[in-house]
Design a protein around this ligand. Structure first.
Ligand SMILES: C[S@@+](CC[C@H](N)C(=O)[O-])C[C@H]1O[C@@H](n2cnc3c(N)ncnc32)[C@H](O)[C@@H]1O
Length: 376
């Protein structure tokens, strides 16, 4: 696969390259990740594999970055939301990968090569971590770098049968008129609260980006699953032991679905919950047609299960890497790692392709095209 288009893209924290695949109209001229397995997947799915530099973002310098990017995309690591710490000196690396990326953006600006647009993707927790100071620190950096900016909350569930809310901070070096607050579903309460808590100086540079909701989704989780006969089901004893972890409420939910006799597909995760002061492992199940948010499996415990009820019984199995790839909006031609755990890790960390495409189509390319026209 290759992304081709008139606009140059730097893809930071590139993982399996899903951001680049969603960015229609962009051509990746530089990509970076420090994880060897992720880099191998990026390269296996890209026509120009050598573009990806396998390195810690802190070890890069502006001279590694070719030309000028129209867009720098940074899906910095989710667990790395504590951003407000030290940003320089010996402690710099510990202050988070985001600041390694930002150091490069600053270096490019000093050379007159600041990217025209920047997108920072992260988990919603970035809005509130450290009492909102992390989000304010990112906004301050963008402001100081000469960018106007705003954020949207987009849940992949609008496009795909996976619940996956994510934060997209979109920043432009060129002035923009940016719409009204709260005029559509992507200016959620969480976004509005975080924006309201920013200092006035940062609020002044805020843009309410406009993004239209997609047409109603017409696929559910069941539509993306592999055929039952080729699936590796848990044996009855293992399935029963797993279902024993359901809370009374979730057990009742499952029993009602089984009793209907109809074919219904659910998704379930094991979670540790505190009940009556004690930590207890629970299985949590949903039958709303969505998979739960894909996560990076740590020690196998956070792997998602598929529960298929039919003819008065429930069968259980693990979600596969290919099914996870479909839940991220990838085509069947996307080459996954041979190991299921590696494939699930790759997908659990990734960004959903149709969400990126919507941002590219409705916000990013129009901004750049307008700029090109203005410049001409
Ligand atoms: C949230 S994932 C982004 C995935 C990507 N957007 C995709 O769709 O596949 C974050 C990525 O950052 C990489 N990463 C973490 N720390 C890094 C660092 N210091 N330098 C470079 N890459 C890093 C991880 O290996 C991971 O692939």
């Amino acid at each position: 696969m290759a992304n081709r288009g008139p606009f140059n893209l730097y893809e930071f924290f590139a993982g399996g390259g899903l951001a680049g695949l969603g960015l229609t109209g962009f051509r990746t001229t530089f990509a970076n990740d420090l994880d060897r397995a992720k880099a191998a997947s990026w390269r296996a799915n890209h026509a120009d594999p050598d573009i990806l530099k396998l390195a810690d973002v802190w070890d890069l310098t502006p001279s590694d970055l070719p030309g000028r990017a129209d867009l720098a995309w940074a899906s910095s690591p989710c667990q790395d939301v504590s951003l407000a710490g030290a940003r320089g000196g010996l402690d710099a690396r510990r202050s988070g990968a985001f600041w390694g990326f930002w150091r490069l953006m600053t270096g490019l600006a000093e050379q007159g090569r600041a990217p025209r647009l920047i997108v920072i993707e992260n988990v919603m927790g970035l809005l509130t971590s450290n009492q909102g100071r992390d989000f304010a620190a990112v906004c301050q950096a963008l402001h100081d770098g000469g960018y106007v900016f705003g954020a949207v909350e987009a849940d992949a569930a609008l496009w795909l049968p996976q619940s996956r809310p994510r934060l997209f901070i979109i920043a432009s070096r060129e002035p923009v008129a940016g719409g009204e607050e709260g005029e559509h579903p992507f200016h959620t309460g969480r976004i509005r609260a975080a924006q309201a808590a920013l200092p006035d100086e940062l609020k002044a540079g805020w843009i309410w980006w406009r993004l239209a909701a997609p047409a109603r989704r017409n696929t559910d989780l069941a539509a993306l699953l592999q055929p039952d006969q080729s699936a590796g089901w848990l044996d009855e004893t293992s399935a029963a032991a797993l279902l024993d972890l359901l809370s009374p409420l979730h057990r009742a939910r499952l029993d009602a679905v089984i009793a209907s006799g109809e074919r219904r597909v659910g998704a379930a995760y094991r979670r540790v919950r505190t009940e009556n002061g004690a930590k207890i492992q629970r299985l949590e199940i949903r039958f709303d047609g969505l998979a739960g948010c894909l996560r990076t499996p740590a020690g196998g415990s956070s792997r998602q299960f598929v529960v298929v009820c039919e003819g008065g019984r429930a069968r259980v199995r693990r979600l596969t890497g290919r099914e996870a790839a479909r839940l991220m909006g990838l085509p069947e031609s996307y080459a996954l790692p041979a190991s299921e755990v590696a494939a699930l890790k790759l997908m659990g960390d990734a960004v959903a392709v149709p969400v990126v495409r919507a941002l590219a189509d409705q916000i990013l390319r129009p901004l750049l095209e307008r700029g090109v026209r203005t410049a001409a």
